[in-house]
Design a protein around this ligand. Structure first.
Ligand SMILES: Nc1ncnc2c1ncn2[C@@H]1O[C@H](COP(=O)(O)OP(=O)(O)OP(=O)(O)O)[C@@H](O)[C@H]1O
Ligand SMILES: CC(C)(CO)[C@@H](O)C(=O)[O-]
Ligand code: BAL
Length: 286
């Protein structure tokens, strides 16, 4: 373990991570955990900020998890900016950066899989069938390794948040899960590491997504038929310039079950669409 950036501890093995966390717990000090894949932006720093309100110490992990990428996806080109990330984390008041290697997380002979139904069905799974198995295994491992009191995840990845909440309940993992609202730029674009792939022209188009979802959410609340809203919003995104739309879907906000008509419990509208070779997701309350 060393401490390159000011007052930021570092760990690369579960044993080192646990030793530090156990020390804090022995002093009756609470610990919050922010799992990430790095290439940090203000959305991640918002999670760290919230984490500081939830606990005395903050641990952030950076691990670009190979099991949640399909062979044709962007594992090889995913932005990696570890030293810049470390500086940002130190400035944001994070106490410890945990950055394990792939062989630490998945040593030779690794043989465990987690299959999930419920909120993992449909939406992202229809287009990234490998995705939640990869997220579930890595998050279960990270939460076991960190032994934190609370872990924070962004609503930007809303289905992921619901899946992780279910996973932690189902596996009796004693870490409280907190969802953090989506951080957006001045024009409403959800901050995302993958925005770095977009050209200026593509950014202009990307910034239309949140407005389309806000208009769709208002229509759903006003009682417009859900299937018409979903279909017309998808068509509008294509007119805006998106290359293709994976889904626009209105769901029960907690279970993510499909809805035939508006209900008087919280609903969520979720979308995924492509700009060139970049896939963007966004969602909001409906
Ligand atoms: N704009 C945002 N607002 C709030 N939380 C966010 C935002 N972007 C990402 N997060 C959260 O940060 C955590 C780490 O996400 P990740 O490292 O995958 O970043 P990302 O920007 O979502 O990257 P990607 O472009 O791969 O989706 C997740 O819990 C994610 O939901
Ligand atoms: C939760 C997560 C860190 C698991 O790799 C990742 O899916 C992410 O950054 O959203
Ligand atoms: N933010 C979710 C991670 C992924 O898309 O792989």
């Amino acid at each position: 373990m060393d401490s390159a950036a000011p007052s930021l501890l570092r760990a690369a093995s579960p044993a080192d991570l646990r030793r530090v966390v156990a020390g804090w717990h022995a002093a009756a000090e609470t610990v919050a955990f922010v799992p990430t894949m790095g290439a940090l932006h203000d959305g991640h720093l918002r999670l760290v900020e919230q984490a500081r309100l939830e606990a005395r110490h903050v641990v952030t992990s950076i691990f670009v998890n190979p099991t949640q990428f399909a062979a044709h996806e962007d594992l090889g080109t995913y932005p990696r900016t570890l030293e810049r990330d470390a500086t940002l984390l130190a400035e944001a008041g994070c106490d410890l950066l945990y950055a394990p290697t792939a062989s630490t997380m998945y040593p030779a002979g690794f043989a465990t899989r987690i299959a999930m139904d419920g909120p993992a069905l449909g939406l992202e799974t229809d287009h990234r069938p490998h995705f939640f198995a990869g997220v579930a295994i890595v998050v279960a491992k990270l939460l076991n390794q960190a032994q934190a009191d609370v872990a924070l995840f962004g609503e930007k990845d809303y289905q992921q948040l619901r899946v992780i909440t279910r996973l932690v309940a189902d596996l009796d993992i004693p870490t409280r899960i907190v969802g953090v609202p989506t951080e957006r730029d001045g024009q409403g674009l959800a901050l995302s590491s993958r925005n770095a792939y977009l050209s200026e022209g593509e950014l202009d188009i990307a910034r239309r997504l949140n407005g389309r979802l806000a208009a769709a959410a208002a229509r759903v609340r006003a009682g417009d038929p859900i299937d018409a809203v979903e279909q017309e919003t998808g068509a509008a995104l294509l007119v805006d310039g998106f290359a293709s739309v994976d889904y626009v879907a209105v769901r029960d906000a907690e279970t993510l079950n499909p809805l035939k008509a508006a209900v008087d419990r919280p609903m969520r509208i979720l979308a995924a669409a492509w700009l060139g070779r970049t896939r963007l997701i966004d969602n909001m309350a409906a």
